[in-house]
Design a protein around this ligand. Structure first.
Ligand code: OAD
Ligand code: ZN
Length: 267
């Protein structure tokens, strides 16, 4: 099998030109994003040296841990996953612009920070949910995270819903609307996955930004693009897809790379 991957560490002109030309002519880019697109907005990613998992093991973001230690879970989640003060950066902004220009069909993100939407992107799938809200697992009452914050300050059992009564208190827990390990989410359904696979099938090419592509099922999505459809990866770290067929890899900052590509598109 012939490999066409262009793995570079210093933005080789060739790979940049290829990527720029693909983007120039594209009408249906599917963008897959992860925590790395938000680090330039001051938000920690997960698996880099200074990432969230340097502070605690992955287990802290599991459904088991949430049920067993709801107070500690909330404390950690509010401190590390909730960033209402963060603003979109160049990467988010350029993606929103490319959507307006009719290039980007959809963004499928693992991020729970809402920064794609705040930058103006309209067609965004929040595959791992959002940190903006929380929901009672029994009655479905929705709470804003700001409301949860004030409950934390004033109530001992702030994580237990007082809008309903259940036989078992665990059923009445109010869980942030994020997908935890061992958990599912809105998009984890037959219809949800089918919608995503349809996007993957229709893509001119797939653009991966700022994800280590290590967490399934999200990490499997690039595999569902049609044969011969290019995969462009802009990510500082390595991913399991770096040496795949029709794959172009730029191990660089997302903001810097996207700005350079965008400047070439609009000289
Ligand atoms: P990771 O921390 O695993 O990967 C982020 C990637 O972005 C790393 O490979 C970094 O090298 C890269 N990166 C960071 N800053 C960058 C920058 N400015 N420019 C270019 N690359 C940069 O984060 P995710 O792949 O998003 O799920 O993690 C996937 C999931 O694991 C998360 O959604 C979260 C976590 O557990 C749940 O909590 C369920
Ligand atoms: Zn309730």
């Amino acid at each position: 099998m012939k490999k066409k991957s262009g793995v570079i560490s210093n933005m080789s002109a060739n790979t940049m030109d290829t990527c720029t030309n693909l983007i120039r002519n594209a009408k249906k880019i599917v963008v897959l994003t992860g925590a790395g697109i938000s680090t330039e907005s001051g938000i920690k990613d997960f698996r880099s040296k200074t990432g969230i998992y340097s502070l605690a093991p992955e287990y802290i973001l599991s459904l088991d841990y949430f049920y067993q230690h709801p107070k500690e879970f909330y404390q950690f989640a509010i401190e590390n996953l909730y960033h209402p003060e963060a603003v979109p950066n160049k990467g988010h902004e350029i993606l929103a612009k490319w959507e307006q220009e009719g290039k980007v069909a959809t963004i499928i993100t693992q991020n729970i920070d809402g920064l794609h939407q705040r930058a103006g992107s309209k067609n965004v799938i929040e595959f791992h949910g959002t940190m903006k809200t929380a929901t009672c697992l029994n009655c479905g009452k929705n709470y804003s995270t700001d409301e949860m914050l004030s409950r934390m300050e004033t109530m001992e059992d702030f994580y237990i819903c007082n809008n309903c009564i259940a036989n078992n208190k665990l059923e009445q827990y109010i869980k942030p609307d994020v997908v935890l390990f061992g958990d599912t989410g809105t998009w984890f359904s037959m219809a949800g996955i089918q919608t995503i696979l349809r996007y993957m099938q229709e893509a001119d090419f797939v653009l991966v930004l700022g994800t280590s592509l290590l967490v399934a099922p999200f990490s499997t999505f690039p595999q569902y693009r049609r044969q011969g459809v290019p995969l462009i990866i802009i990510n500082k770290g390595e991913t399991p897809y770096d040496f795949g067929q029709d794959t172009y890899v730029i191990h660089e900052s997302i903001g810097k790379t996207m700005e350079e590509i965008n400047n070439q598109l609009h000289p």
